[in-house]
Design a protein around this ligand. Structure first.
Ligand code: PEP
Ligand code: MN
Length: 338
C-alpha cells in the first residue's frame, strides 16, 4: 500500500500518526515534489477510509488484491434455514468422522440434532494416510447421510476428494467439504465451485493463511456462492496434540476480514478431552461455527475414534464459556467443568 501526502504536509507528523495505528512506513520520493509513504509489510491493516481521514494524506493506493472475490465475501451466509456468521448464534456441525452404516448415521443424526446441531457432518469418501485403512462406504453412504439429515431437519456437509465424485456429493449435500489434504487440489476446487454449493474449505495442514485465502478464491472464481474457511490445526512439532490449532488465524480471518470462519477442534486436538476447551476457545476467537466429530462408541469407530466425543457431551460445547481451568494456586490446574 502506498500513501500520497498532500502538498506541504509534514511527512514526519503523518508517519507518527500512522505508527500510532501500527503502520510502519518508508518515505519515497514520488517525483515532481510529491511525497509518498510506502507501508511496510508487517504493519497492521487499517481501512483506506480511516487513512483518508488523517490530515496530510491526499490519497491511498491499494495493491491489486490476489483474492478480490473473497475481499467482498459476505460476513453472514444463509444456507437453507441456517445462518452462519458474525452476530448470529454459533452453528454446530456434528456427526461421525465416517458414515459407518445406515443405522449408525440415523442414530447420530438424531443425537446431534437433539444437542443443538444444525448441520450433520459425516464422510462417505475418506482420505486415509494408510491405503489399508477404512476409506468410507462411498456413494451409498451419501444416501444414508442425506436421508438422515433430511429426517432430522439438518443440513449436510460431506467431504469430496475428486472432481469425478463432485456431482453426486453436491446432489446429496448442502455444503461441500474440501479436506486439508486437498486444499490446493485446484481441479477439485474448480469442480466444487462449479456446483454452486457453498464450500467448507479446510486449511491445508502446512498452508499459510494467504495460500488458504487464495484457495478460497479459486472456489469463488469458479462459481461457489460462499466459502466457509475451516481451521483444523496445522502441523506443529509437538505430538502432544494431533495438530496445532491456529486461533490467531481464526481471529484474523473473522476479525480483520469478516469471514464466516469454522473451527474443527476434533482434528486439531486428536483427543477427546481437549475438544470442548478448544471449541470454546475457537468461539471466543471469533469462529461462527464448529465442526465436531461424534461417535456413540468411539472405541469401535472405524476412523478417528480417539478424538470423537460422545453425543451426550456435545451440548456442553454451546454452553457459554467461562474460565475452563482453575489457575494460580500452585496446584495443578483442575478442570472446572468436564
Ligand atoms: C474430516 O473432517 O474427517 C477430515 C478428514 O478432516 P481434515 O481434512 O481436516 O483432516
Ligand atoms: Mn476425521
Amino acid at each position: 500500500m502506498t500513501i500520497a501526502l498532500a502538498p506541504g504536509a509534514d511527512a514526519r507528523a503523518v508517519q507518527r500518526i500512522l505508527a500510532g495505528l501500527g503502520l510502519w512506513t518508508r518515505r519515497l520520493d514520488g517525483g515532481g515534489g510529491e511525497t509518498l509513504l510506502e507501508v511496510l509489510p508487517h504493519s497492521a491493516r487499517v481501512s483506506r477510509r480511516t487513512l483518508l481521514e488523517i490530515p496530510g494524506i491526499r490519497d491511498v493506493f491499494l495493491p491489486e488484491s490476489p483474492h478480490p472475490r473473497l475481499d467482498t465475501h459476505p460476513a453472514v451466509v444463509r444456507i437453507g434455514n441456517v445462518v452462519i456468521g458474525a452476530g448470529h448464534p454459533p452453528v454446530l456441525m456434528a456427526g461421525p468422522c465416517a458414515a459407518e452404516g445406515e443405522e449408525q448415521v440415523h442414530r447420530l443424526a438424531a443425537a446431534v440434532a437433539r444437542a443443538g446441531a444444525r448441520v450433520l457432518r459425516g464422510g462417505a469418501f475418506k482420505p486415509r494416510t494408510s491405503p489399508y485403512a477404512f476409506a468410507g462406504h462411498g456413494r451409498r453412504a451419501l444416501r444414508w447421510l442425506a436421508d438422515a439429515a433430511r429426517e432430522h431437519g439438518l443440513l449436510l456437509v460431506t467431504e469430496v476428494m475428486e472432481p469425478a465424485a463432485v456431482d453426486q456429493a453436491a446432489e446429496a449435500a448442502d455444503i461441500l467439504q474440501v479436506g486439508s489434504r486437498n486444499m490446493q487440489n485446484f481441479p477439485l476446487l474448480h469442480a466444487v465451485g462449479a456446483t454452486g454449493r457453498p464450500v467448507l474449505l479446510k486449511r491445508g495442514m502446512a498452508a499459510t493463511i494467504d495460500e488458504w485465502l487464495q484457495a478460497a478464491e479459486h472456489c469463488l472464481a469458479h462459481g461457489a456462492p460462499a466459502v466457509l474457511p475451516c481451521e483444523r490445526g496445522i502441523r506443529g512439532w509437538d505430538r502432544g496434540t494431533r495438530n496445532l490449532l491456529d486461533l490467531g488465524a481464526v481471529a484474523l480471518l473473522a476479525g480483520e476480514r469478516g469471514l464466516p470462519v469454522i473451527v474443527d477442534p476434533s482434528h486439531a486436538a486428536g483427543r477427546r478431552d481437549l475438544v470442548i476447551p478448544l471449541a470454546r476457545a475457537a468461539l471466543a476467537a471469533g469462529a461462527c461455527g464448529l465442526l465436531v466429530e461424534v461417535h456413540d462408541d468411539p472405541g469401535a469407530a472405524l476412523s478417528d475414534g480417539p478424538q470423537a466425543i460422545r453425543p451426550g457431551e456435545l451440548a456442553a460445547i454451546l454452553r457459554p464459556a467461562g474460565p475452563l481451568y482453575s489457575t494460580g494456586t500452585g496446584d495443578r490446574a483442575r478442570p472446572l467443568r468436564p
